[in-house]
Write a protein that binds this ligand. Structure first.
Ligand SMILES: *[C@@H]1O[C@H](CO)[C@@H](O)[C@H](O)[C@H]1NC(C)=O
Length: 314
């Protein structure tokens, strides 16, 4: 028998974040501002890429997908966090918790797979410039995106099913601001060894394989530039890969620092701060990294919003 039914509600300790109550309003305003910035920034990228036919290239279509995934990733945790900061008895229903976990994993993984697709695209653009347009056909791009969706849906579903099998005992308080896999595992009363092992292995694979693929793409890019070193080649590589490389470093930088920080002395506060880093800061910065450093995006901004006619290219 499981005790799920009598524990329909998992409580999140007020305010879900270790914040002093005097500062709660300031933090609320800060998070609201970050939420609005992220939504608007990513929406702007999606709209720009949709409207400007010059940006209908694989790189920007992947970027638009990445923005969409950032937007959703952020919306999985943020509204609930904001609501809990205002409520006296913050709580989340059991089903809501599992749903949140599913979509959190889904969009988190999607982001890491899309970064691989983008790295592959850059690799093709730099190492095979002459065959680039034939290789990266719309059909291949769409297949890559669909593959990303299928893999992450399967992975998130596996985790969620494993979690749904566990039972939780009376009065569960989640010492975190969202339903995170490792936090929920610690709360479960049933035997979690198998789930923990599967989750550990799968998470490792889902993080390490994309990371290795990205490193491999960049190793090839660097070696192809070094073979025929020229100032122009290096500049071209930097201008096309710079933004992607920044986003990759930000994403894996936070993930790796999270994994490397020893779990033994991980206080709840430190864990929460790290989680804020990867749930809030990464999706918020992506649009800025891409738009501010990128001439094409700025050009598109001018064309779309300053009323200049957009020429339709074939
Ligand atoms: C995602 O990428 C596919 C394939 O390149 C593209 O057709 C689709 O429009 C993109 N989706 C979004 C939301 O940009």
């Amino acid at each position: 028998m499981t005790g799920k039914n009598q524990n329909c509600c998992l409580r999140i300790p007020p305010p879900g974040l270790p914040i002093k109550s005097e500062l709660r309003d300031q933090f609320y305003a800060l998070f609201l501002l970050m939420y609005v910035t992220t939504i608007l920034g990513n929406l702007l990228i999606i709209v720009l890429i949709r409207l400007d036919s010059r940006l209908h290239t694989p790189m920007y279509l992947f970027l638009s997908n990445l923005s969409f995934s950032d937007l959703c990733f952020f919306s999985v945790t943020m509204p609930n966090l904001l609501q809990n900061m205002q409520s006296q008895v913050p709580s989340i229903p059991y089903a809501g918790c599992l749903t949140q976990m599913y979509f959190f994993l889904f969009f988190g993984d999607l982001e890491s797979f899309l970064l691989v697709a983008m790295a592959y695209d850059r690799y093709m653009a730099i190492c095979f410039p002459l065959h680039y347009t034939t290789i990266m056909s719309p059909k291949l791009c769409l297949s890559l995106v669909v593959l990303c969706w299928v893999l992450t849906a399967a992975h998130a579903m596996l985790h969620t099913l494993l979690m749904a099998k566990l039972s939780f005992c009376a009065d569960n308080i989640i010492p975190h601001f969202f339903c995170d896999v490792s936090t929920l595992l610690k709360l479960a009363c049933s035997d979690t060894r198998i789930s923990e092992l599967v989750i550990f292995i799968m998470t490792g694979l889902i993080l390490v394989i994309p990371f290795l693929l990205i490193v491999m793409s960049y190793a090839r890019i660097v070696s192809s530039i070094l073979r025929v070193p020229s100032a122009r080649g290096i500049r071209k590589a930097f201008s096309t890969c710079g933004s992607h490389l920044s986003v990759v470093s930000l994403f894996y930088g936070t993930v790796i620092s999270l994994c490397l920080s020893p779990s033994a002395n991980n206080s709840a506060v430190k864990e929460t701060v790290m989680a804020v880093m990867y749930t809030v800061v990464t999706p918020m910065l992506n649009p800025f990294i891409y738009s501010l450093r990128n001439r094409d995006m700025k050009g598109a901004l001018g064309r779309v919003f300053c009323g200049k006619k957009i020429p339709f290219s074939v």
